[in-house]
Design a protein around this ligand. Structure first.
Ligand SMILES: [Zn+2]
Length: 526
């Protein structure tokens, strides 16, 4: 059987041939890629030559590259465009990937070679990037059990494999529960308070399910506005609990037992590796470094924000009482009354600004910003294969017309997509042995408000901020210029990775930028 995952892609920019890939291609492809990668890695640790940076560290870094790429395709599809078959493949492949990784990390001969190079090296002998690769690889091996005795190694394998499966189960359950619930409204009275756009969306949702009336779901563009605007307090409470009870109800999608298992296995894993807690283990590879430091950050934050928060709660309780609430303010009232309070105080609400944030214009504004800041140009490409019709692809160039990156944009929610927004990559930037700079294929995935029959996609202010945030991650990935894939793009300390995205968010409150992007979708009014 021919398998597009194993063949040359023959696509523009060597992109993933999503149009040819079927779920059934994954397992045979993985089988083959696992065995070829094992042979590659075997040639490193079985080598008779004395270990060097080149023949051990670089060789390891360059190994299994197709396997890594195909794994990223599977995991990205499993969150952005999943289904029964992709879920099953992911469930089968996850423990095998964990095993493959363990076979590398726990390979004594391989570790001895890395250790020899590390111990014979001085920082000054290397370029910054080469040293980083050596230092990081050595420490990753140590951190992940390379020094353990055989009994502990065995247990380490069991734990990591079980964890890999449990985390997949966890995500599947949350998605299933998000899709399992919907609120079906047939009495127009229950729509009271909801803006027209939101009602249109709900009607469209009902139509797509061949139902009368209106349907609200737990996907954010539906859930968020419902909690903000629905006057019917009882329904707000019902929808809130549906959201909060996902995967903690007595049914097949309950995650309580899974969480308990994950927590205990993580603790045991940390203990085996010589750490007191799992957070000590995680933070040993973070800028924050130590658990106590994180606690002290959090304590400072709590001290500074608590008095303000308490004042806000009082104000809101008071405001709600003045506006007819005969009860203590509850969580399902918060978003509702805070929107009303904002309106009363500043005469502004989300629905007033929404018509000014047309998705296409915000997208253009973000691209213009990248041009202004980094000299980047974006051209849409309709020939790159995509995994869903909603996905748009852009070629990105610099001022000298040098190709910088591909950028996939996937804006709208669907049942096959996990909630939230994220950045991911289908190809990591790196420089090959021959000196070719392989440029990245970056992808942004969102759950934004969909267009309706009569209106384009109109974003809330929060969605505009989210777009800027994720675009910050995209820039981080697109502008990468590293030799080694494992150090490229967003492969930085996890508590540094949010910096570019936080920076970009600042434009959401810059008058000048808002002026460029915001104009009424019908009247053009600024
Ligand atoms: Zn982020």
């Amino acid at each position: 059987m021919s398998n597009p995952l194993l063949e040359k892609f023959n696509t523009p920019f060597d992109t993933i041939p999503f149009d040819k890939i079927k779920p059934k291609h994954f397992e045979p492809a993985f089988e083959e890629l696992f065995s070829s990668a094992r042979i590659e890695i075997e040639s490193i640790w079985k080598s008779n030559n004395a270990p060097t940076f080149e023949n051990t560290l670089v060789a390891l870094e360059r190994s299994a590259s197709r396997l890594g790429r195909i794994a990223s395709v599977l995991y990205n599809l499993n969150v952005a465009e999943t289904g029964k078959e992709i879920q099953e493949v992911t469930r089968n492949i996850s423990p095998k990937l964990a095993e493959f990784r363990n076979d590398i990390i726990l390979n004594q001969s391989l570790f001895e070679r890395i250790k020899t190079v590390y111990e014979e090296s001085k920082k000054g002998d290397y370029s910054i990037e080469d040293w980083k690769l050596l230092d990081k690889t050595y420490k990753d091996f140590v951190r992940n059990g390379a020094n353990l005795d055989e009994t502990s190694k065995k247990r380490y394998r069991e734990i990591t494999q079980e964890l890999s499966q449990l985390t997949v189960d966890f995500g599947e359950n949350v998605l299933a529960e998000t899709n399992n619930y919907f609120l079906h409204i047939t009495d127009e009275k229950d729509l009271s308070g909801l803006p027209e756009d939101v009602i249109d969306q709900a009607h469209m949702e009902a139509e797509s399910r061949e139902l009368n009336g209106w349907v609200f779901t737990l996907q954010f563009p539906s859930y968020g506005p419902f909690m903000k605007y629905a006057d019917n307090r009882q329904l707000r409470k019902q929808v809130f609990f549906a959201y909060a009870k996902r995967s903690v109800q007595e049914n097949a999608y309950n995650n309580t037992g899974i969480i308990e298992k994950i927590v205990n296995l993580r603790l045991e894993l940390a203990n085996i590796l010589g750490f007191k807690t799992y957070s000590d283990f995680v933070l040993s590879n973070r800028m924050a470094e130590r658990t106590e430091k994180v606690w002290s950050f959090l304590d400072d934050l709590l001290k500074a924000s608590m008095p303000v928060a308490q004042k806000e709660v009082e104000e809101m309780q008071h405001f709600a009482a003045e506006n007819g609430l005969n009860d203590t303010l509850q969580i399902w009232d918060w978003s509702y009354y805070s929107e009303k309070l904002k309106k009363a105080k500043f005469d502004i609400d989300d629905e007033m600004t929404r018509p000014y944030f047309q998705l296409e214009k915000v997208e253009k504004g973000v691209f213009d910003l990248a041009k202004q800041l980094f000299g980047l140009y974006f051209r849409q490409n309709n020939d790159v294969p995509i995994y869903h019709n909603d996905v748009k692809v852009f070629e990105v160039y610099d001022e000298k017309n040098t190709f910088i990156s591909l950028l996939y944009m996937d804006y709208f929610p669907r049942e096959s997509k996990k909630g939230g927004a994220w950045m991911t990559e289908y190809e990591q930037q790196h420089i090959t042995r021959n000196g070719e700079n392989v440029r990245p294929h970056v992808s942004l995935v969102f759950n934004f408000t969909k267009p309706t029959k009569t209106k384009p996609s109109l974003l809330t202010y929060t969605e505009v901020t989210t777009l800027l945030h994720e675009f910050g991650h995209a820039l981080h990935g697109m502008l990468s210029n590293c030799t080694y894939e494992s150090l490229a793009g967003t492969n930085v300390y996890r508590d540094f990775v949010e910096l570019p995205s936080q920076l970009l968010e600042n434009w959401a409150d810059q008058k000048k930028w808002l002026n460029q992007i915001a104009s009424h979708f019908e009247t053009g009014e600024k």
